[in-house]
Design a protein around this ligand. Structure first.
Ligand code: TYM
Length: 336
């Protein structure tokens, strides 16, 4: 059972990334090892070039993201931790997969529609073919499982179709991977606008809890979180209570309790204030140690480069045989 997932180096990582994805990455390392296989995690700097970026900041952001992931518990001895741009096999495979990806399918991608609508200047070809590179990231490793948050569901479904279409046309070369979405925490919402997902690009700073926020800032953001005016206040989930539901989900994912257990534990609460305080405390307990470890890890860029170099070497041992098989099946390159 092999696991692959990727994360963008854009901006600062937030609680949605943490609960939707990073917690699963950490857990996946042991699960993959127990099954005699490995988990591969990738900082996807090439995907970050699909919207405007500052070249001078890109490498810094890759280091920031790498240090957050290591501080959260990724162990480069146990998993394979890589930077996407170190791996030319990903981009080569993306080209090959483009041959079995339909333009119409790419046109239907929600993320492309949202991001291209926001773009003032150039809507690049790379933004359009983003999901093909994402498919290549995973398929190059013949991974079985892709842990992601709910917003990546459509991309993973597309990658499954692409793998299937490749195999139908060229023979059983690729593995069709399974989507893995957490039961709670797959869609953390903005604290100020609980009908939009928490995000680095779309949301508000006040409504977004960053992994590296100071405890005081975290408390303040939860204290100001939008709830509802139901009287008397009820701490239960429901379609008409997006703010309260989001806080219950966050508390549940953070404490490792079910949402029902969270509701029961707060049955005697006096109001939404108690829910907000409990959630802020739980998030601070989760993130404080990460923040502490981050500082030392981020300071040593040479060590981060060494981790990427070692990761790329281990990764190539998996991707190069896949690419050999793909080229042979497609009839390109020298005779094998
Ligand atoms: P990215 O960098 O936007 O997000 C990283 C992970 O965080 C999850 N996530 C959330 N989960 C819950 N609630 C939220 N509000 C929230 N916001 C983000 C995302 O679902 C994701 O799992 N395209 C990917 C990166 C990628 C990738 C891959 C993923 C590139 N290649 C191959 C898997 C496999 C992305 O932009 O994630």
């Amino acid at each position: 059972m092999r696991i692959f997932s990727g994360i963008q180096p854009t901006g600062r990582k937030h609680l949605g990334n943490y609960l939707g994805a990073i917690v699963q990455y950490v857990e996946g390392q042991q699960r993959a090892a127990d099954a005699g296989d490995v988990a591969i995690y990738c900082v996807v700097d090439l995907h970050a070039m699909t919207v405007p970026w500052e070249p001078a900041e890109m490498r810094e952001r890759v280091y920031d993201t790498a240090a957050v992931l290591l501080a959260a518990g990724l162990d480069p001895e146990q998993c394979i931790f890589i930077r996407q741009s170190d791996m030319p096999e990903h981009t080569e495979l993306a080209w090959h997969l483009g041959a079995v990806t339909s333009h119409g399918d790419l046109n239907r991608m929600h993320q492309f529609k949202e991001k291209s609508a926001r773009q003032r200047d150039l809507i690049s070809a790379d933004l359009f073919t983003y999901p093909v590179l994402m498919a290549a990231d995973v398929l190059a490793y013949r991974a079985n499982e892709v842990p992601v948050g709910d917003d990546q569901r459509q991309h993973v479904e597309l990658m499954r179709d692409v793998a299937q279409r490749f195999n139908d046309r060229f023979g059983e070369v690729l593995v069709v991977p399974e989507l893995r979405i957490p039961s709670v925490g797959a869609r953390i919402m903005d604290l100020q606008d609980p009908t939009s997902k928490m995000s680095t690009t779309g949301g508000s700073v006040e409504g977004t809890v960053y992994v590296l926020d100071e405890p005081k800032a975290v408390e303040k953001k939860f204290k100001r979180a939008v709830t509802d005016s139901e009287d008397p206040p009820r701490i239960v989930r429901g379609a008409s209570k997006p703010g309260v539901s989001n806080l219950i989900d966050i508390l549940s994912a953070t404490r490792g309790m079910t949402p029902d257990e969270v509701e029961a534990s707060l049955a005697d609460a006096r109001g939404y204030g108690d829910l907000k305080v409990a959630t802020a405390d739980a998030v601070n307990e989760l993130l404080a140690p990460v923040r502490e470890r981050y500082t030392a890890l981020r300071a040593d860029e040479d060590a981060l480069e060494a981790i990427f170099a070692a990761g790329a070497e281990k990764a190539r041992a998996i991707t190069q045989p896949t690419l050999r098989d793909v080229r042979a099946a497609m009839g390109i390159g020298p005779r094998t």
